[in-house]
Design a protein around this ligand. Structure first.
Ligand SMILES: Nc1ncnc2c1ncn2[C@@H]1O[C@H](COP(=O)(O)OP(=O)(O)OP(=O)(O)O)[C@@H](O)[C@H]1O
Ligand SMILES: [Mg+2]
Length: 243
């Protein structure tokens, strides 16, 4: 579903991603690891063009992302759910309203401006909240939730987008171990039950090894490991993280 070739991302003099080649099949669950500054966020953000590559190719479902018109880019982006470390919820909106904002990519600008959602969309939002165990919090404000609950709302919001691919950039970096496990288990469940491809940037190697089938390690912008988790050894881990 995703094919990246010779991808280079640069910020002024910094080369953040250096000739990366990557193929992802539909239904995979992948963890991207690597030390701070290794290029994980840059790589992930380039997939939906939040970051523009300097050169290379990013094909999603056989469409070259870097060539899309702004209208086609919008259509492609709604099939990609992006989850951030800091949840990206709107505090003053209720939980269900936050989830419904996941549908905005499907609406005309007037309807989205007026916040008009159909009965079906409300039902989708309720179903998504049920999936992450937060239906009873539907009418609570976003600001009244714990970090772990906020991230579960962010997952529900992405689910109503009906994505083929979920990209999560350090989704549990602000959470304690227990909440982290709960969140990752929701990703796993979504991946297994709905067949949605999931790519997670994560600095916690133990979580990566426990949940991801495939591990990709970046070091100074290059892929230094890309294989099944069973192939990772202590020596490889050491070399990934040593400076
Ligand atoms: N907006 C930016 N402007 C300039 N340099 C940037 C920008 N974003 C990232 N960089 C640089 O690009 C490199 C890769 O950064 P990136 O954020 O992709 O790494 P990361 O692996 O996600 O790190 P972390 O684990 O700390 O989140 C770093 O050297 C960083 O300083
Ligand atoms: Mg990052």
């Amino acid at each position: 579903m995703l094919e990246i070739k010779n991808l280079v991302i640069e910020y002024k003099e910094v080369r953040a991603v250096d000739s990366v080649n990557l193929k992802v099949k539909s239904g995979e669950f992948i963890a991207v690891i690597g030390s701070s500054g290794s290029g994980k966020s840059s790589l992930m953000k380039s997939i939906n063009l939040l970051v523009k590559p300097k050169s290379g190719s990013i094909k999603l479902d056989n469409k070259e992302m870097t060539d899309l018109s702004s209208k086609d880019l919008r259509l492609m982006r709604r099939k990609i759910g992006f989850i951030f470390q800091d949840y990206n919820l709107i505090d003053r909106l209720s939980v269900i309203e936050n989830v419904l904002t996941g549908r905005l990519g499907y609406k005309s600008s007037l309807k989205s401006l007026l916040g008009i959602f159909s009965k079906e969309e409300y039902e989708k939002a309720q179903k998504a909240l049920e999936k992450v165990g937060l239906l009873e919090k539907s009418f609570v404000r976003g600001s009244e939730l714990s970090g772990g609950q906020k991230q579960r709302v962010a997952i529900a919001k992405v689910l109503v987008q009906e994505p083929n691919l979920i990209l999560a950039d350090e989704p549990v970096a602000s959470l304690d171990i227990n909440s982290s496990k709960i969140i990752i288990e929701y990703f796993k469940k979504i991946n297994e039950e709905q067949g949605i491809t999931v790519i997670i940037n994560i600095h916690d190697v133990n979580i990566a090894l426990k949940y991801a089938d495939r591990i990709i390690a970046l070091k100074k912008g290059k892929i230094v490991f890309d294989n099944k988790r069973s192939e990772i050894t202590d020596d490889i881990l050491r070399s990934i993280y040593e400076v």
